[in-house]
Design a protein around this ligand. Structure first.
Ligand code: XIL
Length: 481
């Protein structure tokens, strides 16, 4: 009898754990699967994006001796079935690997057919398969005698980004709330996720994040309201100036209004300035040719700030962008911000994203940019900080979605980790110097697994949640005292 009782309990618990069916709408983002092959285990870190029915599928693949990027071909989502093809070259030969995934209550059940050689099966889940025990030891053991959020508590908040708590392990959630006192949703509040269609809102993940942050005593920074990327095409469909203004207003009023008093600050407009620039464009706003600009003209920014302020008069409102600390793009940002202030736009702060690379961090530019923005009466946050160890940074959407080809095939070396630690320490010295202007410094991800720059080791915890030398260097940086 007893055993039957136990079995029943296990059964119920099992059901609770696995009873979350994956629907086609929930496909976006990262999935992880391990294929046991004759050449050893291969872990696929998939990234799927379904944009209005057009599916893109990519992966970073880890195996014992290499790490490679894959862009899949012929990706299709048909009802509950996902299909795509991997073309792999072996010398002269090209192998066609066909993947078929069925959405189920246990994740995505994949079968892959490898040319004429047979097939393999594996279930992809949101959780990353546990690493092999021998690979889980950190390269260097780092002893912490201070927690980062405490070390900087009198200067500014220290944040992390992610769609917490959904699909994070309890260890990761504990890590996030122990070390950080602010959170930015990495994807779940972006227009295409939270408002995929005019009449469809998906508040489940955002609501859960706000609740978790409140319970964990963390502030929430909303990201992001008006952007050229990750925004459904429906916004712009058959839309003239009036229709698009109304859609922008409804979007902002509904989202900002829902979390009034619970979300303390918002990225109102994201990445509106062009990348390419020269002395001439530096004299102008040099706005990106987005659909927002095409339909509404440069005043789309003023409107967005006005709507956000109407929806929550107490929220701190940000203009957020990357590479705005340097060169002509910095000059353009100053022209734009002055115009917004002259227009009476309720803008309070600037977000410098901070996607940098060890060896190429523009320290002097960052220092000066913070002073420049402060001279306009604006606050500043570093909103998406990560400093990669190797490979091309700057990493924006020009060359694809986030994951670029990276040179790293091995774990980080001690030299690389130390160079990264120095870079982080120098950055935090600059932020500390500007403590009266800086509101918050937020890392873009939680650890070297939970990062859009997977493989480039950009954060302060490694893939197994061990603190890296960068963490110790930041908390020992004397500027914080
Ligand atoms: C990235 C996320 O980290 C990825 O998971 C997603 O696939 C693409 O977007 N600038 C931004 C962020 O403002 O929203 C981007 O986040 C990184 C660049």
């Amino acid at each position: 009898m007893r055993n039957v009782g136990k079995l029943a309990i296990v059964g119920v618990v099992g059901l609770l754990i696995f009873a979350l069916p994956v629907s086609a709408e929930e496909i976006d983002g990262q999935w992880h699967a391990m294929f046991d092959t004759p050449a050893g285990v291969q872990t696929y870190h998939f990234d799927f994006q379904d944009m209005d029915g057009k599916l893109t599928a990519k992966a970073v693949v880890e195996s014992a001796d290499e790490m490679r990027d894959v862009e899949f071909e012929e990706a299709k989502l048909d009802g509950e079935t996902l299909k795509f093809v991997e073309l792999r070259k072996f010398g002269e030969r090209e192998l066609r690997i066909e993947y078929t995934g069925k959405l189920s209550d246990r994740g995505i059940m994949f079968t892959r057919k490898i040319g004429d050689f047979g097939s393999q099966e594996s279930g992809a889940t949101r959780d990353i398969p546990k690493p092999e025990p021998q690979s889980s030891a950190p390269v260097v053991k780092v002893h912490l005698d201070r927690i980062i959020k405490d070390a900087y508590k009198d200067l500014f908040r220290v944040g992390t980004a992610g769609d917490f708590p959904s699909r994070y392990s309890s260890e990761e959630l504990q890590l996030a709330s122990e070390h950080f006192n602010a959170v930015t949703p990495e994807n779940c509040m972006k227009p295409e996720r939270v408002h995929p269609d005019e009449k469809t809102w998906r508040f489940e993940l955002p609501d859960a994040l706000v609740q978790w942050a409140t319970d964990s005593k963390m502030s929430v920074h909303g990201h992001t309201l008006v952007w050229h990327a990750q925004t459904g095409d429906w916004f712009f469909r058959d839309g003239d100036r009036e229709v698009l203004t109304q859609r922008m207003k409804d979007h902002i009023h509904t989202l900002v209004g829902r979390y009034r008093g619970e979300i303390q600050s918002w990225d109102v407009v994201n990445e509106a300035i062009n990348d390419a620039g020269n002395e001439e464009t530096g004299q102008t706003e040099n706005l990106r040719d987005s659909k927002w600009l095409q339909t509404l003209g440069p005043k789309f920014l003023t409107l967005a700030f006005k709507f956000a302020h109407e929806a929550d008069p107490d929220a701190i409102l940000y203009y957020n962008d990357y590479n705005i600390e340097s060169g002509p793009k910095h000059d353009s940002s100053m022209v734009l911000l002055k115009r917004l202030l002259d227009d009476g736009a309720p803008i309070h702060a600037v977000g410098i994203q901070g996607h940098w690379t060890t060896g190429r961090v523009p320290y002097e530019d960052i220092d000066k940019a913070i002073s420049d923005y402060a001279s306009l009466g604006l606050k500043v946050s570093i909103t998406e900080l990560d400093v990669t160890i190797r490979g091309a940074s700057g990493g924006q959407f020009g060359g694809g979605f986030g994951r670029r080809r990276f040179g790293s095939r091995e774990p980080a070396s001690i030299e690389d980790l130390n160079a990264q630690a120095d870079a982080y320490a120098k950055l935090f010295a600059i932020f500390s110097k500007h403590k009266d202007v800086i509101e918050r410094v937020t890392f873009w991800g939680l650890n070297d697994r939970r990062t859009w720059r997977f493989g480039q080791h950009p954060l302060i915890f490694d893939a197994n949640n061990y603190p890296k030398p960068a963490y110790a260097a930041i908390v020992n940086e004397p500027g914080r005292d």
